[in-house]
Design a binder for this molecule. Sequence first.
Ligand SMILES: NC(=O)c1ccc[n+]([C@@H]2O[C@H](COP(=O)([O-])OP(=O)(O)OC[C@H]3O[C@@H](n4cnc5c(N)ncnc54)[C@H](OP(=O)(O)O)[C@@H]3O)[C@@H](O)[C@H]2O)c1
Length: 235
Amino acid sequence: MSKSVLIIGGSSHIAQAIAEQCHQQGAQVNIISRQPAPKHSAYIWQQDALQSEGSCQHSVEQALQQQPDTVFICNGVLHDDLGMPEKTIRQLSSEQLLQRLHSNVVIPAQYLRALFRYLTRSPEVKVLVLSAKVGSITDNHLGGWYSYRMSKAALNMLVKNFSLEVARLNPSACIVSVHPGTTDTPLSEPFQSNLAQGQLQTAAQTAQRLLKVRDGLKPEISGALLNWDGRVLPF
Ligand SMILES: NC(=O)c1ccc[n+]([C@@H]2O[C@H](COP(=O)([O-])OP(=O)(O)OC[C@H]3O[C@@H](n4cnc5c(N)ncnc54)[C@H](OP(=O)(O)O)[C@@H]3O)[C@@H](O)[C@H]2O)c1
């Protein structure tokens, strides 16, 4: 169990459920989000609307005053005003691809860089970066969703690379990417109609699963892509 948790991309529905459960378990909860803090928030909340290199560094420095033992990075975009995920390469636009790479890779990378020094000095610290199974190249049997798949595959490489660099200085750290499972949030909402019975989880169920994964993390597994049940997924 955590004493202090930092949640980046804290407006995500999964992030909010993680925050609530950590708070109920007595942990100090720090949030970094592009969104402003809601009124009467129980958490320490830093708005980082700019998400520039400097603002990420500043937000992280503020949050690290609470010395988190666990960090979740929840940022991820599948669809927005730019478009829905591509069914075919004919729908691919450079603008949409660059946007997905920005929100799903560049932003997590900026925060990981800002966290680097702290992670190399914090015994048994854990970082869980929310990725997606569709970012697994080996597991891709359906195709489609070009920009999202490519960005999550790149995110998995980022996490693997980063875990190796941190491990040289702090072998007790554990840094993983995690597929949260299909969860009822605005991100999955347009794609929920064809799901198998029982596949769709509430954000609260997903948070419970992710906190169980967190509790079981060991340094030996650092760098892996994990499923919501803790199983290692192929890259
Ligand atoms: N829901 C699912 O079924 C599902 C399945 C597989 C993987 N995931 C992954 O789980 C994570 C959380 O998903 P969710 O379903 O909770 O999503 P959500 O409720 O739609 O939340 C969106 C998240 O993305 C961030 N975000 C939105 N636009 C952004 C932008 N332009 N630049 C940077 N960050 C941006 C938000 O951060 P702010 O707080 O800063 O706004 C927030 O953390 C994502 O990484 C997603 O890919 C979800």
